[in-house]
Design a protein around this ligand. Structure first.
Ligand SMILES: Nc1ncnc2c1ncn2[C@@H]1O[C@H](COP(=O)(O)OP(=O)(O)OP(=O)(O)O)[C@@H](O)[C@H]1O
Length: 249
């Protein structure tokens, strides 16, 4: 479904050279809930942006459904991007629009007829448990409800792959559990492949069948979550699990 090979991203600026990602190779299969976990600054969001074709790598490759995306023109990348639903940190909702209008938004952009997009938005709001809040504005919602709207909006174009950047970092433990349940349900019922970026070990332990641990821009280890957690080989994983190992840097 997604494969990256030797993915490297270097940012050059006046203040110097920043290697955000170095030689990252991961493999996500169809149907996975794949966790990318690491401390702040490890390179998680950069990896998500490269997979989402929002930025180009300095070197290395990304394949989505067997397609090397670096070989695509900008227009083709745009088409390919429609197969991805991306949920950014901070929800990015349109505050002047209602919940339903927010979910309809990507369908407006793709010129879906009005009745159809309204029906799709209503159906998705039911799926995420907000069927009764379609007329509300984002400011009237809790953090967990905003996250549900952002997920419904990402699902509107019917993507096969959902990428989420820190979907629960701003939420309390009860709301986190309900969002994770929703993601599991979407994965099971709709067969959507999910990639979750997080710094919370509990999130990967709870829902991710596979995990890649990022540390200092590199993959420290990856594999089935149960195996990685039961037998952590990398110091970064041990640290995330609270098993000691100390800080570096
Ligand atoms: N546009 C950019 N220009 C320069 N440096 C950047 C840019 N984006 C990210 N970086 C740097 O690359 C490194 C990785 O950043 P990234 O945001 O991918 O980490 P992260 O693991 O997602 O962190 P966090 O959990 O804090 O969001 C950091 O050192 C960051 O400062």
């Amino acid at each position: 479904m997604i494969r990256t090979e030797g993915l490297t991203k270097v940012y050059e600026s006046k203040s110097g050279r920043q290697e955000a990602l170095q030689d990252v190779s991961i493999h996500v299969d169809k149907g996975d809930i794949f966790g990318i976990i690491g401390m702040s600054g490890a390179g998680k969001s950069t990896l998500l942006r490269l997979i989402g074709m929002l930025e180009q790598p300095t070197s290395g490759k990304v394949w989505i459904q067997g397609q090397d995306v670096s070989m695509l023109t900008q227009g083709q990348q745009k088409e390919q991007r429609k197969k991805l639903g991306i949920v950014f940190q901070g929800y990015n909702l349109l505050m002047q629009k209602t919940v339903r209008e927010n979910v309809e938004f990507p369908l407006r952009l793709s010129k879906t007829p009005r009745t159809q997009r309204r029906e799709r938005a209503q159906e998705l709001l039911k799926v995420v448990g907000l069927g009764d809040r379609e007329g509300a504005y984002p400011a009237q919602l809790s953090g967990g409800q905003k996250q549900r709207v952002a997920i419904a909006r990402a699902l509107a174009p019917n993507p096969e792959l959902l990428l989420l950047d820190e979907p629960t970092s701003a939420l309390d433990s009860f709301t986190t559990a309900s969002i994770l349940e929703l993601l599991q349900d979407l994965n099971k019922r709709m067969g959507i492949t999910i990639v979750i970026i997080t710094h919370e070990i509990g999130v990967v332990e709870r829902v991710c069948n596979k995990t890649a641990v990022l540390d200092l821009s590199r993959v420290a280890e990856q594999g089935y979550t149960s195996e990685v957690m039961a037998n952590p080989r990398a110091e970064a994983t041990r640290r995330l699990l609270g098993l000691g190992g100390g800080f570096h840097g």
